[in-house]
Design a protein around this ligand. Structure first.
Ligand code: ATP
Length: 358
């Protein structure tokens, strides 16, 4: 499996996105699962579709893979309209959560299956299978059968099987959902490293925000069949656009309020200098941006009574009742953290307040 070099990509393909959804809508009877989605994925990117159950992620992935035909709109892969093409005629392969390996076949036969279907045989097939197994670090398992491997190893074999045919786009549907947490985190790192090595565009569906942040070049947040937000993980986490993204991506405080008209914004925990559009009615503030001490750029944000605190290893997570009556989520230090019942003085840097669109 060769890494795709710029020289081997035709100029037209290099200039078009790897994937483009244009006005894609999917209706099931009267129900709209995906609504007017426009989305372009850059070639070589690791894109993660993130959202709650029922948000439309899998439907969008299935439309890309050719397992569903959209009710409206078009799908392009490397500039070519594939909307009407069946899965086997698209330059895509899919890795599913349940691996879907053939139990009676050896690992090498499983990995080589797609090549056999494409009538690639003999030495070339053997060499490509060997390279794919090496890529996922499982060369020594070639002669075994799936039941002789662990869950994590089987998932890596499913990945090798999907990559061996050198798809333009690899689709992953909750690929780590069946693994325990530790293995899941380890596999996330491996997935990303493998994607970097092969340079293939990956589109990965998950509802796990930590997984999305750990592996994505770009996160697309879906809710109710629509794209709520999209961008690099840091941007989506630190500057969420909507109330939904602010609360779905990690812990957050949404402060209701209004612009005071003098370049400041009125919230229940204080009035802070912040230029925002007239329509803004809420700000997001991450728990780690509420401080217990003053510092450069920080302003007082009143006091709060710590009600609960839970230990998370790297920090304590606290819930406090602000003097205004509002409940606030705090991230407290790992050591010497305040105990429930203590009254805390709070400070924040207005630069950490993020206006929410809706
Ligand atoms: P999950 O994380 O649970 O898989 P998702 O974001 O992937 O969620 P989808 O599977 O895309 O969500 O489903 C979106 C909505 O479309 C859901 O409300 C689902 O019930 C509905 N839906 C999906 N497939 C069908 C179908 N074949 N017929 C009717 N409704 C469907």
């Amino acid at each position: 499996m060769s890494a795709k070099t710029a020289g081997s990509v035709p100029a037209s393909a290099a200039s078009s996105p790897a994937v483009e959804f244009r006005g894609v809508t999917m209706r099931f009877g009267a129900f709209t699962a995906v609504e007017a989605v426009d989305l372009a994925v850059r070639a070589g990117d690791y894109l993660v579709l993130l959202g709650p159950s029922g948000g439309g992620k899998t439907t969008l992935l299935n439309i890309l893979g050719g397992f569903l035909t959209p009710s409206a709109g078009r799908v392009l892969i490397e500039g070519r309209d594939v909307t009407a093409l069946p899965p086997a005629r698209r330059p895509t392969t899919t890795v599913f959560q349940d691996y879907a390996l053939f139990p009676h076949m050896t690992i090498e036969a499983n990995v080589g299956f797609g090549l056999r279907m494409r009538r690639i045989g003999g030495a070339e097939r053997a060499a490509r299978v060997a390279r794919a197994l090496e890529l996922v670090g499982l060369a020594e398992t070639a002669r075994r059968r799936p039941h002789e491997l662990s869950g994590g190893q089987r998932q890596r074999i499913a990945l090798a099987r999907a990559l061996v045919v050198e798809p333009s786009v690899l689709l992953l549907d909750e690929p780590l959902g069946a693994l325990d947490l530790k293995l899941r985190r380890q596999m996330q790192e491996e997935l990303k490293a493998i994607q970097r090595r092969v340079g293939t565009t990956f589109v990965h569906v998950t509802h796990d925000q930590e997984e999305a942040m750990a592996i994505a070049d770009e996160i697309v947040v879906m809710n109710g069949g629509r794209i709520e937000d999209r961008g690099a993980p840091e941007r989506v986490y630190l500057r969420p656009r909507t109330r939904f993204t602010a609360t779905f991506m990690g812990d957050n405080n949404v402060l209701e309020g209004r612009p005071a008209g003098d370049g400041s914004f009125e919230t229940p925990i204080g009035r802070f200098p912040l230029e925002v559009a007239e329509a803004v009615a809420a700000l997001s503030l991450r728990p780690e941006h509420l401080h217990l001490e003053t510092g450069p750029g920080r302003l007082p944000a009143g006091t709060a009574l710590l009600e609960e605190s839970s230990f998370f290893g790297t920090h304590h997570q606290g819930v406090a009742r602000h003097e205004s009556g509002n409940s606030l989520r705090l991230r407290l230090p790992q050591q010497d953290a305040p105990a429930p019942g203590e009254r805390l003085s709070l400070f924040l840097d207005p630069a950490d307040l993020v206006p929410l669109a809706e």
